[in-house]
Design a protein around this ligand. Structure first.
Ligand SMILES: Cc1cc2nc3c(=O)[nH]c(=O)nc-3n(C[C@H](O)[C@H](O)[C@H](O)COP(=O)(O)OP(=O)(O)OC[C@H]3O[C@@H](n4cnc5c(N)ncnc54)[C@H](O)[C@@H]3O)c2cc1C
Length: 553
């Protein structure tokens, strides 16, 4: 972002040059001077500057111009930059018009031509105006601006994607935010579909998919090579740990992530039980550190790209990606984790993303400000979400089916919840139905089956109830248990499901699946302990078995 701008408009080239020269000599260090020769050109320039989020501090325009006079120009220009100071350059004969404009346009000053000497007639007055402008106009936000509706699935998806990828953005709520409405006006007719993203270079995207945003912000969405030693599916703690160990030990490593690195841990507002961080650390910080470490060792991380299938092709594996591309590898690590179980209740699916969310997207913190928020779930993830939202919401009500959160949640979280005044816990309570529009919903609650139903008004509902493994894309290529979790090592043959699998003539290594050369780590593994540290541990261990496997092929 450069210096704020002084925009001049004068159709007389000589006068225009003279103004520019004088302004530059006095204000050139702190302001960028842009000179235009007509109102039309100046308006077009102002629009482009607005899209790039540049600041115009002052308009200095001649009154008498053939196509558009100065007051007409100012009238339109202040629609785009309402805070810019306005100065009209007039001949003596135009003073009446100028005086009229003081009331009509909020004109700050009119300047009579000629303005010699500028030290007396130009600089003192402009200095006052610019100082006043500086006090009231802090530097603008430098990242992406997102215009959207608050309770809208597509807006939620965009905000969540940017936040999970640690990309700073400014959220501008349509109807409530004047700047949002100005940007929509500049976008012209017909209005673009929301959410509407305006980038610092002035370019924009309307209702984009994650992959389009990823490309625009410079994330890698396509693998560089056709063949890798190790491909890792999923960039949660298990996948990132495996990537660091794999690449640091010389394996050409690719990680494919369908959304953003970090996995479930990336959604955690505070991980307090990870070794070495006595004050705890946020999931996004842990992710940021892990991603930097992996990249330092040369790991390629492709984001916003889903793995949709896998095939064994001789000793190598063919990985199919959502965009139709394929990559091959010698060894594959599945660390695709788990997703939240769906809540089966009327109205939930219709409102998902519009006030009802799976998981605890931290990007919704501001959206629930001063609202009554509900959270379904009694595990640690729900407890963390409650503490996080209690900083924004008026009240946070946790709904659990059991008699106490103490049976399902870590002691330190139970203590924090009990000590937080605006968190309430309703035990033996279920949600039967969600009613509402796209803006606010009511929930029909019930205590103990058979009791009277109760309807409460909810600003937002966050669902964190148990997990299902992300393994559908594997089909029957590897053995899974009856819930879909992947079997590995000695679990393959001892599993009561007695799934017949294509093993080689040796016993599978620990963390190796029923398909030789395909490994599994983290929450997606049958029997795993659902914790960050265990996922990291398994991801690191898996690499050792990958090496053993590679020595055999
Ligand atoms: C809100 C919350 C708070 C938590 N807090 C704690 C805590 O304080 N302490 C603790 O120890 N544990 C905590 N946990 C649990 C911990 O985060 C998980 O155990 C851990 O993240 C599991 O890591 P993972 O790598 O196995 O899987 P995940 O973290 O689930 O990561 C899997 C990744 O794979 C990606 N993926 C899935 N399918 C595909 C596909 N087909 N193609 C490409 N990518 C795919 C996903 O998008 C995801 O990024 C918390 C969990 C949550 C949800």
């Amino acid at each position: 972002m450069g210096n704020p701008i002084i925009l001049t408009v004068d159709d007389d080239v000589q006068v225009s040059n003279a103004i520019e020269r004088d302004l530059r000599s006095q204000f050139g260090n702190a302001y960028k001077i842009i000179k235009t020769l007509s109102g039309k050109e100046a308006l077009e320039t102002a629009k482009q500057l607005k899209l790039r989020n540049d600041q115009i501090a002052l308009f200095l325009t001649d009154q008498r111009m053939p196509e558009m006079d100065g007051t007409t120009f100012l009238q339109e220009a202040i629609e785009i930059y309402p805070n810019a100071r306005r100065v009209l350059l007039t001949a003596y004969a135009d003073t009446d018009t100028a005086i009229e404009s003081i009331n009509k346009l909020g004109l700050d000053y009119y300047l009579l031509k000629p303005w010699d000497p500028p030290e007396e007639k130009l600089y003192p007055m402009l200095t006052d105006l610019l100082n006043d402008w500086q006090i009231n106009n802090p530097p603008p936000f430098e990242g992406i601006r997102v215009v959207g509706y608050p309770w809208n699935p597509a807006s939620h998806q965009v905000k969540n994607f940017l936040a999970r990828n640690n990309v700073p953005y400014q959220w501008l709520e349509i109807e409530k935010n004047d700047e949002a409405n100005r940007l929509m006006k500049l976008a012209g007719n017909p209005s673009p579909e929301l959410p509407y993203l305006v980038f610092p270079d002035g370019s924009f995207l309307s209702k984009p998919q994650n992959v389009e945003i990823a490309k625009r912000i410079g994330l890698q969405t396509v693998a560089d090579q056709p063949f890798y030693d190790l491909v890792i599916v999923g960039a949660g703690p298990a996948g990132l740990a495996a990537a660091v160990y794999g690449a640091s030990e010389g394996l050409k490593t690719l990680v494919v992530e369908q959304e953003a690195p970090g996995g479930q841990a990336g959604m955690s507002s505070r991980i307090e039980n990870y070794l070495g961080f006595p004050q705890g650390l946020s999931g996004s910080e842990l992710t940021h550190r892990a991603v930097s470490q992996a990249r330092r060792f040369g790991v390629e991380i492709v984001t916003a790209q889903k793995v949709v299938g896998m095939e064994a092709d001789g000793a190598s594996k063919k990985i199919k990606l959502g965009d139709g591309n394929e990559v091959r590898c010698k060894a594959l690590l599945v660390s695709s984790g788990v997703s939240y179980r769906n809540l089966e209740a009327t109205g939930i699916s219709e409102l998902t993303g519009a006030g009802i969310y799976y998981g605890a997207a931290r990007s919704e913190g501001e959206t629930v400000k001063d609202q009554d928020v509900f959270i379904i779930g009694g595990a640690n993830s729900a407890g963390q979400a409650a503490i996080f939202f209690s900083r924004y919401a008026k009240t946070v009500t946790m709904l659990i089916r059991s008699e106490s959160i103490a049976t399902t949640m870590s002691h330190y979280l139970v203590d924090q919840i009990e000590a937080t005044e605006n968190i309430l816990v309703r035990t033996k309570t279920e949600v039967k139905e969600a009613l509402g529009s796209s803006r606010r919903e009511s929930l029909i609650l019930t205590r103990d089956p058979g009791q009277k139903l109760e309807t409460v008004s909810a600003g937002a509902l966050f669902i964190l109830i148990g997990a299902v493994p992300n393994t559908d894309w594997l089909g029957d290529q590897v053995a899974r248990d009856s819930h879909g979790f992947i079997l590995s090592g000695s679990d393959i043959n001892s599993n009561e499901q007695k799934i017949s699998v294509s093993t080689s003539n040796r016993n599978p290594y620990m963390l190796e699946t029923s398909l030789p050369g395909v490994f599994v780590a983290g929450d997606v593994r049958h029997g795993s302990i659902k914790r960050v540290a265990s996922a990291v541990g398994e991801g690191s261990m898996a690499v050792m078995f990958v090496h053993q496997y590679l020595n055999t092929v």
